[in-house]
Ligand binder design. Structure first.
Ligand SMILES: [Ca+2]
Ligand SMILES: [Ca+2]
Length: 250
């Protein structure tokens, strides 16, 4: 499972030599993931794996955190990747927001050669829980449209969501927005973790990206793929620097 291994990257990055080797193995795995145009983010990466906070089309930002959220009776006790206080996740803090305030976070651009399945885990616990919406657009279009939505208290647990992407849309390239909206009151934190895209349609009970995309020119597809690869290379270079720093300290 990539989930638990990604979690261990950060737990073991300060470990002994054998553990550092394990760390490097995961790098190699990420190259393979990048080459297949599949992706994964457990938000253990402080740069949010290329997710970008929206500015201007919303009212506040998503927060990256560990352990429980500051307010009682809302939010998870720990993330979904590590299931302990070392693991990170993203959440919207409902305290201090008014009804309908939104925080939006945009994903990098994705594409694939086959149909794909988008999966992530969400946690929506608290009597004032608002709405979590996933919006999407194909890269040839300007407009994001809601494709998945959950409203209100779902209990104190992480729940898996799946969204299917047809081959046509995967080939055109697409981008998502995670939008958390508050209701009235502070008991309404909304969290997400362990976002991944894998090849092949989702098994069952999946929403889908229903759009009529125009195919992207080949030049654009190549550019997009190179951008994606460059992001992974950057991430690996940074981790390599981290590894060297840790080795030096010994
Ligand atoms: Ca996590
Ligand atoms: Ca924002």
């Amino acid at each position: 499972m990539i989930y638990s291994e990604t979690c261990q990257i950060y737990q073991y990055a300060i470990g002994n030599e054998n553990e550092i080797k394990f760390f490097t193995t995961i790098h190699q795995m990420e190259i393979i993931v990048a080459a297949k145009t599949q992706t994964y983010c457990g938000f253990e990466d402080p740069d949010l794996c290329g997710f970008i906070q929206e500015n201007g089309t919303d009212n506040f930002n998503w927060t990256r955190t560990q352990g429980r959220t500051p307010s009682a009776n809302t939010g998870p006790s720990y993330d979904h990747t590590c299931k302990d206080r070392n693991g990170h996740y993203m959440y919207i803090e409902a305290s201090g927001q008014s009804k309908g305030n939104k925080a939006r976070m945009k994903t990098p651009k994705y594409r694939g050669l086959n149909s794909q399945c988008i999966e992530f885990f969400y946690h929506m616990y608290g009597r004032n829980t608002g709405t979590l919406t996933v919006l999407s657009k194909v890269l040839t279009s300007e407009e994001f449209k809601a494709v998945w939505r959950v409203f209100g208290n779902q209990g104190n647990l992480w729940i898996k969501a799946s969204i299917s992407v047809s081959e046509e849309i995967a080939r055109s390239g697409y981008q998502l927005i995670f939008e958390g909206a508050t209701d009235t009151g502070y008991e309404g934190d909304i969290s997400i973790d362990d976002f991944r895209i894998r090849d092949g349609l989702c098994a069952e009970d999946a929403a889908s990206l229903e759009m009529t995309p125009a195919p992207l020119p080949k030049k654009e597809m190549t550019k997009l793929f190179n951008e994606q690869l460059e992001r992974y290379r950057k991430l690996m270079r940074r981790r390599e620097r981290m590894r060297r720093t840790q080795t030096k300290r010994k």
